[in-house]
Design a protein around this ligand. Sequence first.
Ligand code: FEO
Length: 177
Amino acid sequence: MLSEKMNDALNNQANRELYSAYLYLSMSYYFESIHMLGFAHWMRLQAGEELVHTMKMLDYVAEKGGRAKMLAVEAPKLSWDSPRQAFQHVWDHERAVTGLIRALVKVAEEESDAKTTEFLQWYVKEQVEEEESSDSVLNRVKSAGEDKAALAAADRLLSERAFKFPRGFEIFPGTSR
Ligand code: FEO
């Protein structure tokens, strides 16, 4: 059973994960509006990953006898000045999320909740990957600079991103996909 404090902290983090999905969807439609469809695709998949992060956390709350709550989701920005500014925003956002996950682990430790501490290790690892991938895309976009051909090449490269569900996670449990 989760403590009330742990239950609230997990619900709050799930809300931030859902905000992340909302933010990346907003970026995806921004890129679509400026005809950079590879960047739009990358962001759309990124939003999908954030939905998985959200639901995995809420599923855990429910499994542990807590109460998964849908809190109000903040509205994200609608547009950015350039691809570089948008990808800088992704990188800054992911670093902030890493800080939130670390704080959540601290709450679990303070609550002497070993199961939640262990559960959160998946997110700690995931954040390492999230920071690495956003850093690598930001560097690619930065090095393209104002060069339209280099930006178009980066756009094409990002269109190749594929989606993977994490092992053991089912978005519609009990159904095949
Ligand atoms: Fe779920 Fe990108 O942090």
